[in-house]
Design a protein around this ligand. Structure first.
Ligand code: NAD
Ligand code: TYD
Length: 338
């Protein structure tokens, strides 16, 4: 059956990869994109992809009404739009509450008014907080967010749950681990370190570098979102993982090895305040219920990702516009001098 999707945050990293995945796997579906085009939103990410673009803020009801009217009754909302970078949330939490919390509530209210068929909310494994060695969290795990970004995402998950319980809205939630792949804004660990290593610049690892993340290729995440959109049970939450746990230092050593650069480029810098030590989602439910599991190996798809950034230097240059340079100075200027 052909569907119409309203994709929020479609000009960002995962949203754009998702729209590209849909255009390939569900070519008859129609896509309306709603995006505010913050520093992280870039229409270059959707070059040559068919979609209707609406420029607007998810926290502003008239913007959302306009986008939903364009999508029409019975559309499916796939909600990626967010402020997504932990370090920025530590510098200033307010935009995170505006978009992640207020924006999600405005979208939920509008979705109800416009007769949306399903609401797919994209969340994160960070809502479970930092986990002790050896422990994994399934979807019943207590939420224990510990930075302004993850707290705002946990709040948005609760708002979606409240809309299901109060209004009977058909919503599903995904909670994925750390993504890598093409079109990721070069402030996040992987694209930042690829860019720095390529240019023989220092790789600033926070603290001892032994913090652990589960890494997943963005295409795997996008296919998981599609599986949940089509087959997830209403009101349910699905964790999504790449089943690939690594310390930050091991990730950096892999990147340096693949690029043929020396490990001496790694520089330990002052730790992120309140830095979560370990995220580890248990993703058995999505495999059991929907038959989804990650298909991409870290080694091969990280090498392909490195190659993509190498071949898309113009994209990187355009993404690194004035605002980002100012942020970089604030984030690393003092740390690199210390
Ligand atoms: P991103 O920062 O690359 O993109 C966010 C997009 O949302 C941008 O295009 C931006 O312009 C848009 N946006 C921001 N505020 C908006 C607003 N008020 N109204 C409309 N659009 C707005 O983020 P991403 O990495 O693609 O993450 C997408 C989603 O996936 C987020 O909800 C994030 O929490 C979640 N997530 C990300 C990861 C990851 O590793 N990146 C992992 C798990 C979950
Ligand atoms: P990030 O990509 O910001 O994702 P998140 O914090 O949401 O997991 O960072 C991934 C890990 O890399 C995290 O433990 C913080 C660490 N990190 C560094 O050590 N140095 C850096 O410059 C950045 C951006 C991140």
């Amino acid at each position: 059956m052909s569907e119409t999707l309203l994709v929020t945050g479609g000009a960002g990293f995962i949203g754009a990869n998702f729209i590209r995945t849909i255009s390939e796997l569900r070519p008859t579906w129609r896509v309306v994109t709603l995006d505010k085009l913050t520093y992280a939103g870039n229409l270059d990410n959707l070059e040559a992809v068919e979609h209707t673009f609406v420029h607007g803020d998810i926290a502003k009801r008239p913007d959302v009404d306009g986008a939903l009217a364009s999508a029409g009754t019975g559309a499916i909302v796939v909600h990626f739009a967010a402020e997504s970078h932990v370090d920025r949330s530590i510098q200033d939490g307010a935009p995170f509450l505006h978009t992640n919390v207020v924006g999600t509530q405005v979208l939920l209210d509008a979705a109800r008014a416009h007769g949306v068929k399903r609401f797919v909310h994209i969340s994160t494994d960070e809502v479970y907080g930092s986990l002790p060695e050896g422990e994994f969290r399934d979807e019943n795990g207590t939420l224990n967010p510990s930075n302004p970004y993850s707290a705002s995402k946990a709040a948005s998950d609760h708002l979606v749950g409240a809309a299901v319980n109060t209004h009977g809205i058909d919503a599903v939630i995904t909670r994925c681990s750390n993504n890598y792949g093409p079109y990721q804004f070069p402030e996040k660990l992987i694209p930042l370190m690829i860019a720095n290593a390529t240019n023989d610049k220092t790789l600033p690892v926070y603290g001892d570098g032994l913090h652990q993340r589960d890494w997943i290729h963005v295409r795997d995440h996008c296919e998981a979102v599609l599986a949940v959109l089509e087959g997830g049970r209403a009101g349910e939450i699905y964790n999504v993982a790449g089943r690939n746990h690594m310390t930050n230092l091991d990730v950096l050593r892999f990147l340096l090895g693949a690029l043929g650069k020396p490990e001496s480029l790694i520089r330990h810098v002052q730790d992120r305040p309140g830095h979560d030590r370990r995220y580890a989602p248990d993703d058995q439910k999505i495999e059991r219920e929907l038959g989804w599991k990650p298909r991409f190996s870290f080694d091969e798809s990280m090498r392909a990702t490195i190659e993509w950034y190498g071949q898309n230097a113009r994209w990187v240059k355009r993404a690194l516009s004035g605002e980002y340079r100012q942020y970089y100075e604030e984030q690393y200027g003092e740390r690199l001098k210390a």
